[in-house]
Design a protein around this ligand. Structure first.
Ligand code: FAD
Length: 455
């Protein structure tokens, strides 16, 4: 009997550990990633020619990064690893692929494990589309992969653990951090501590970054409101309010984002059921503790089905792979299953603490001026969205898309979809759950149209 074909999408911590577990059980999984080298976001590897030491790139996580990077090369022919390959659609049990040479292909599967990770949650505010503004993750990726900073005097603005981390990484790399602006109140950090004590090492790292920033004399503000980036064609300064006072900081680049959002489009196209997560303020594919989705043969692991962090992603990847094996009728180590689920439970408690420490910065949406672009691809501003909600009695975000074209451009709503739902909900005075979610549409990312022949 032919071996079942198990396909994993994503070679980050979740996907790599899943591949390792399946290979250890004697299967030869296919693992696909649009990146050139394994590692995902946290352990994204430097580009060729931009190599720096592990400590320089990953700091405290250098040893974990090295361990994860070693997995696929060690498995050699035991896995079918396909880098630089984008999965842009799932249709009738097959994946549509864009291959490294630009050719299209289809791939069938018996079991599919989606480990597609996350992106930054970008929220609009005045000036966020000026050249020189990056997301926090984008600022970090520039440093990790190219060894370069996004500017000479950088301000970091946001909400979430990436904020102090990226600011510290810039400082360590010799960059000038002009200010760190936290859009959430300091009191929230204190409220989050009791739950975060469940992962004391990670909590200590977070505290270390804050102390180092303070020691270096980096100006830091909490509960930052009404940020506005100013400049003539490029970033020159950022204005904001904190503790009831107005401030201006000169800078030539800004890294700004407000948490992470799960990459859920493939789960959507695979027909998985979604439910609203009040914690994540996002509609997420439903998954069991084992990583089974609502669809037989489709499994979910890591940040792509709910933000849990890199350690949780590794454990969830292994657990979901064990679920694949169980469902294929293979024997699995029940003690290992229990250990994985217990550790995932502890990390989930830490995650709750983080979410308390960095609540959603809803004031950004409430204070958003009408003339600020929400959708960059289609050039739709907040005023247009609000007027359409009001005039057309729009209750749900797909209707808003149909009427305004928000989310119809190149990013397919990956960048603006959550912000649009927030603006809609705030305009109606309703919970964001009521606004629904943009339906996934292929291609989930831009793909080239390759002509058959040139005439
Ligand atoms: C920009 C960024 C920077 C981050 N930096 C840190 C950090 O420094 N420290 C930290 O603790 N956490 C960080 N995080 C969070 C951390 O990355 C995650 O918790 C962790 O990497 C999750 O692992 P994962 O395997 O679930 O997903 P990821 O590591 O995100 O890996 C997902 C992989 O799937 C691939 N993929 C997704 N969709 C497709 C597709 N359609 N076709 C082909 N391939 C696809 C991606 O290329 C990626 O390699 C960061 C997150 C982001 C978005």
């Amino acid at each position: 009997m032919a071996e079942p074909r198990v396909v994993i999408v994503g070679a980050g911590p979740a996907g790599v550990r899943a591949a390792e577990t399946l290979a250890a059980a004697g299967l030869r999984p296919t693992i696909i990633d649009e990146g050139a080298r394994p590692g995902g976001r946290i352990y994204q590897q430097p580009s060729e020619g931009a190599e720096r030491s592990g400590n320089q790139v990953y700091g405290f996580d250098a040893a974990k990064a090295a361990r994860l990077h070693a997995v696929l090369p060690a498995l050699r022919e035991g896995v079918d690893y396909r880098p630089q390959t984008l999965v842009w659609n799932i249709f009738e049990g097959r994946l549509d692929l864009l291959k490294p040479d630009g050719a299209m292909a289809q791939l069938g599967f018996d079991a599919l494990l989606l480990a597609t990770g996350a992106t930054d949650l970008a929220l609009p505010f005045p000036g966020w589309t000026l050249p020189g503004v990056f997301t926090l993750g984008g600022a970090q990726i520039a440093l990790k992969t190219q060894g370069c900073a996004i500017g000479r005097r950088v301000v970091f603005l946001g909400a979430g653990p990436l904020l102090p981390l990226v600011a510290w990484q810039y400082l360590e790399a010799g960059g000038t951090v002009a200010a760190v602006l936290d859009a959430t109140p300091f009191a929230a950090k204190l409220r989050g501590v009791p739950a975060m004590v469940s992962a004391p090492g990670t909590l200590a790292k977070g505290a270390y970054y804050l102390v180092q920033l303070r020691r270096a004399g980096v100006p830091s503000f909490s509960d930052v409101r009404r940020p506005r980036i100013e400049g003539d064609g490029h970033v020159e300064s950022i204005r904001f309010e904190a503790s009831g006072r107005a401030h201006t900081v000169a800078c030539d680049a800004v890294g700004a984002s407000f948490g992470l959002r799960s990459e859920t489009q493939l789960a959507d196209l695979a027909g998985c059921r979604f439910s609203f997560s009040a914690r994540a303020r996002q509609w997420l594919p439903v998954r069991t503790a084992a990583g089974r989705s609502s669809r037989t043969g489709i499994y979910l692991a890591g940040d792509g089905a709910g933000i849990g962090g890199a350690d949780a992603a590794e454990l969830a990847g292994e657990r979901a792979a064990l679920a694949v094996l169980e469902d294929l009728g293979r024997a699995v180590d029940v003690h290992r299953v229990a250990t994985l689920e217990a550790r995932l439970g502890r990390l989930d408690r830490f995650r709750r603490g983080l979410e308390t420490a960095y609540p959603f910065a809803s004031h950004l949406v409430e204070d958003l001026p009408d003339d600020t672009h929400v959708c960059r691809c289609e050039g739709i501003d907040a005023g247009t969205l609000r007027a359409t909600v009001r005039d057309e009695d729009v209750r749900e975000v797909n209707r808003l898309k149909a009427l305004t074209r928000i989310g119809m451009g190149r990013c397919q709503g990956r960048m603006c979809g959550l912000a649009a739902a927030e603006v809609l909900a705030a305009a109606r005075g309703e919970d964001v759950a009521a606004a629904g979610r943009l339906r996934g549409q292929p291609p989930i990312k831009p793909i080239p149209i390759v002509p058959e022949a040139l005439e």
